[in-house]
Design a protein around this ligand. Sequence first.
Ligand code: NDP
Ligand code: OXD
Length: 287
Amino acid sequence: MPGCRISVWDPEGPPSGADVALVWRPPAELFKHETGLTTLFNLGAGVDALLKMPEIPPHVRIVRLEDAGMAVQMAEYALYALLRVSRDFQAFDDAQSRQHWDTREGTRPADWPVGVLGLGQVGLRVAQTLADFGYPVAGWSRSPRDIPGVESFAGEAALPAFLARTRFLVNVLPLTPDTIGVLNRETLSRLLPGAHLVNVGRGEHLVEDDLVQMLEEGEIAGATLDVFHTEPLPRDHPFWHDARVHVTPHIAARTLRDESIAQIAGKVAQLLRGEEISGVVERSRGY
Ligand code: NDP
Ligand code: OXD
């Protein structure tokens, strides 16, 4: 990036005078030291942690990563979870441990209607990938979407109907005041029997105690969870100890260094030319 001076922030040193910062969960002191900032590039897609920081002045533009190689990783994650449950791979692993030749009858994609909550940069790729494998796929977003092979449900009023046709639910929503706690007993109990939940959005989307109870009662068949209220997931959390729950440590889609740097460098160049950039967060809607 010729023409740009790049430095690593030193909380002990004098202010750098930077107008652009690249951050992930920055400390509040950054904004007291670096008062010349006009743009923050978040090194991830979700900006919920930044939007909780009153120290970030309202004039500072917050820009999030748009896909940058994360969408395909999320599609892989969702597909892996879906195949694992819909093709009974867990049962075959168990059968192998007993040297049992288990020729159980399989299910068909039609038995596993998929619902994707959030059809943005990441959710769209997830929905399209699962649809390509022949699963009936619907998506839920704020505004209606026209995506070949994916049924669109939009707005709060459409949520019950979306849930009622879904057996495999993938949450890829951003965490906002409107979406916090969206995965709860009331919403999850609307899913088709034998439902499986995948949460790759944020831990606070899920009312964890509701899921624990619904698993116990057999109201939900299983879950694949990548994000949690408390991360790392505490050692005594029931999710660690339930064979129906698959836990991964917030790795569903990692920030890829080269792709992210290329995207951010391109946007800095656009800003220097006085152009508009995409991916600017609308603070009032929370994403
Ligand atoms: P986008 O902003 O591109 O998409 C957000 C989607 O959610 C849009 O379709 C939007 O609807 C929809 N949405 C937002 N609010 C509502 C609402 N109240 N009701 C219905 N739909 C709503 O985000 P990304 O796809 O880039 O990322 C989504 C989230 O995925 C991130 O915020 C982050 O939390 C999570 N994530 C997790 C990762 C992991 O490793 N676990 C990695 C990357 C992301 P509309 O289209 O109408 O605007
Ligand atoms: C993200 C994440 O938001 O990794 O990018 O969770």
